[in-house]
Design a protein around this ligand. Structure first.
Ligand code: SF4
Length: 307
């Protein structure tokens, strides 16, 4: 399983949602400055990386989330973006999840042969509150993309998107509370209202996580780690709406059959994870295993290795 492709790292804060940016938080923990923007070395060509047998590491049908520690349409990345578009074009069999807070820059930074959009790209705008939703979604609706979505994260204010859902262009809505260095409250009522609007238009809705501070029925809950996605799952609000039909092909334009597509694996912990509907599956990294079980697991593995 492969999940994230970061062709560049670092970013400039541009809206309320950036205030407690997790990239800045994690960089600070490494004594780095998130405002330092650089092109990644080994990671830049990640979707094209191959095994010794010549097979691509990222399998057909997998979903890669792009620029999760930056923004794909960041001005400082203008010099690198054409090469990134080339890589996306070379993998018409892989889904790419783009997310931006800068939709106003997109029209000027699409590849010359973009046309009405490439089938393997899902383009999303961040809508952390109503102001940013009303600023960014109208631009999203005018842009030539085959697949469009909305990401309300960090979810720091009520957001109504009903009038935009009526366009029939939006195929997926994700929301998630604030995490890492921030914990501005996410209210259950906001999530429920967004869910109700999406179900009215049968648009896939994914409540990924509550965030560290979750308010429900006037009570505030402080939640850490995987409890956030478990509680989101238990809300029962996430649902799969109309099927999103990605037409994925090989390099010759032949459509990839469902049988040849990557099938995500979901482990025990994934069974009650709010993010599951929009997730590329479990990489069996073991991070979600509780410390005691992990310790036991390590002992077993070591014994096996010593045999
Ligand atoms: S756009 Fe994203 S990566 Fe950039 S500062 Fe804002 S939250 Fe961080």
């Amino acid at each position: 399983m492969h999940d994230i492709w970061n062709p560049w790292h670092g970013c400039k804060k541009c809206s309320e949602g950036c205030q407690n940016c997790y990239m800045y938080f994690l960089d600070k923990m490494r004594d780095k400055n998130g405002a330092e923007i650089y092109k990644t070395k080994a990671g830049f060509k990640y979707p094209l990386s191959k095994h010794r047998n010549g097979q691509y590491k990222v399998k057909s049908g997998e979903m890669l989330r792009v620029c999760m520690t930056s923004d794909f349409f960041l001005e400082e990345a203008d010099a690198w973006r054409d090469d990134a578009w080339d890589i996306i074009k070379k993998r018409p069999d892989v889904k790419l999840f783009l997310l931006t807070k800068r939709p106003e820059r997109v029209a000027e930074h699409l590849p010359p042969d973009w046309g009405e959009g490439w089938e393997n790209v899902m383009f999303n705008v961040s809508c952390e509150n109503q102001r940013r939703a009303d600023e960014r979604i109208p631009i999203l609706l005018k842009l030539p993309f085959k697949h469009k979505g909305i990401m309300c994260a960090p979810f720091i204010g009520a957001v109504s998107i009903k009038k935009y859902l009526a366009s029939g262009q939006i195929e997926q809505v994700l929301c998630d509370g604030e995490n890492y260095g921030g914990s501005r409250p996410c209210h259950y009522e906001w999530v429920k209202a967004l869910h109700d609007e999406c179900s009215e238009y049968n648009v896939t809705f994914v409540f990924c996580g509550t965030g560290r501070c979750f308010v429900k029925d006037g009570r505030t809950y402080h939640l850490e780690g995987s409890v956030q996605s478990e509680q989101a799952y238990k809300s029962g609000l996430s649902f799969q709406g109309k099927h999103i039909d990605y037409i994925l092909t090989d390099e010759y334009g032949n459509r990839i059959s469902e049988d040849d597509m990557y099938k995500p694996y979901f482990g025990e912990k994934c069974q009650c994870c709010g993010m599951r509907i929009a997730c590329n599956g479990c990489s069996k990294c073991g991070k979600c295993i509780d410390p005691l079980s992990r310790k036991k697991l390590i002992v077993v593995v070591k014994k096996l290795l010593l045999r």
